[in-house]
Design a protein around this ligand. Structure first.
Ligand SMILES: NC(=O)c1ccc[n+]([C@@H]2O[C@H](COP(=O)([O-])OP(=O)(O)OC[C@H]3O[C@@H](n4cnc5c(N)ncnc54)[C@H](OP(=O)(O)O)[C@@H]3O)[C@@H](O)[C@H]2O)c1
Length: 307
């Protein structure tokens, strides 16, 4: 099996590449930084620039599956120009992949695209549990981005490529992501939730993200999948679990919603929105979670067993 990965140099991509290579899967990847072309050992890098429609079609040689992770990070300050980049980086890159494959016609053998998406596609709700069949509307910036991104990914079916859209939750990793900024205050005993702390946090351990993406490739999944662990928790318990793994006290009251809105504007939705997302579809696909419970997952990330 040979996979072409976009965004392979990011948090999820790097973990995926490591495990996939160790299983004998061949990897090509596309990077927007020429300096990163040789940064992933044993994976073949190719430069692309989706904003200029620039892509070397040799990247598709022998490729069976595309995994699409590329997109500007959503954790940088959402100025209006950066919001445009969050949007365009996902749309332009998806369009460029499709137009390049169309140009190659029968000269490529790609059969499936497995694309990242996000649970931010669902409305914020403090009670409802969302499954993949829920109707979604572009009522927030995040929803607008993810709906447009998924719609763009769907266009691959026009050239008979199977489409799997993976709505990823909060990824727990010791290399960055959501725990990066939360770890520092919590390590000093200053961890606190935001708003009322009752927001649903649909998290997943990085090893399970990689495990699910691999299974999706091996079994040629099609459709929408929530990539979350089966036991989401509220934000107060999420921070509590992090404090416990760090062996630190956790006693501060939540940081008020209004203060957060003043500090980071619309971006506060990343911390204040509530998402209780169902993992039942992954379970029905017989995916066995390595980390179904938050405390074990958090402990593994913060204090992994010594080899
Ligand atoms: N981590 C999470 O908790 C989470 C949750 C839900 C959804 N997701 C989605 O899953 C995907 C992968 O997540 P991640 O955490 O691995 O992201 P990440 O660490 O931010 O990496 C994304 C990669 O995208 C590429 N990229 C950045 N700006 C780009 C641009 N303007 N145009 C094209 N490519 C660009 C970069 O690769 P190069 O520099 O090599 O080009 C970067 O390494 C993202 O699309 C993210 O939105 C992540």
């Amino acid at each position: 099996m040979k996979i072409l990965i976009t965004g392979a140099t990011g948090l999820i991509g790097r973990s995926f590449v490591d495990i996939a290579l160790s299983q004998g899967i061949q990897i090509n990847f596309l990077t927007t930084k020429k300096s990163k072309i040789n940064c992933l050992n044993k994976a073949q890098g190719f430069y692309w620039d989706p904003s200029y429609g620039d892509l070397n079609s040799d990247c598709f040689l022998g490729v069976d599956i595309i995994i699409h992770f590329a997109g500007a990070s959503i954790s940088k300050l959402w100025t209006s120009s950066y919001r445009k980049l969050i949007f365009s980086s996902r749309i332009d890159s998806t369009r460029l992949l499709l137009s390049s494959l169309k140009r190659l016609g029968s000269e490529h053998q790609v059969k499936q695209i497995v694309s990242a998406s996000a649970v931010g596609i669902y409305p914020s709700d403090f009670e409802k549990i969302f499954t993949e069949t829920a109707k979604v509307q572009p009522n927030s910036f995040m929803q607008e981005v993810v709906i447009a991104w998924e719609k763009e990914v769907d266009t691959f079916s026009s050239i008979n490529i199977k489409v799997a859209k993976m709505r990823i939750g909060l990824v727990l990793s010791n290399k960055g992501g959501v725990l990066g900024p939360l770890k520092i205050p919590t390590a000093f005993g200053l961890g606190a939730a935001f708003g009322n702390g009752k927001q649903g946090q649909s998290w997943i351990h990085i090893s399970d993200v990689v495990g699910v993406f691999l299974k999706a490739c091996h079994e040629q999944w099609e459709g929408i999948f929530n990539i979350v662990a089966p036991n989401p928790v509220n934000q107060a318990d999420f921070i509590g679990s992090l404090a416990k793994a760090l062996n630190r006290p956790y006693f501060l009251p939540p940081i008020p919603k209004t203060l957060l809105k003043i500090l980071v504007g619309k971006m506060s939705s990343l911390l204040l929105d509530s998402h209780w997302i169902s993992a039942n579809k992954l379970i029905s696909k017989n995916y066995i979670f390595l980390y179904p419970e938050i405390n074990k997952a958090m402990k593994d990330i913060i204090d992994p067993p010594k080899e």
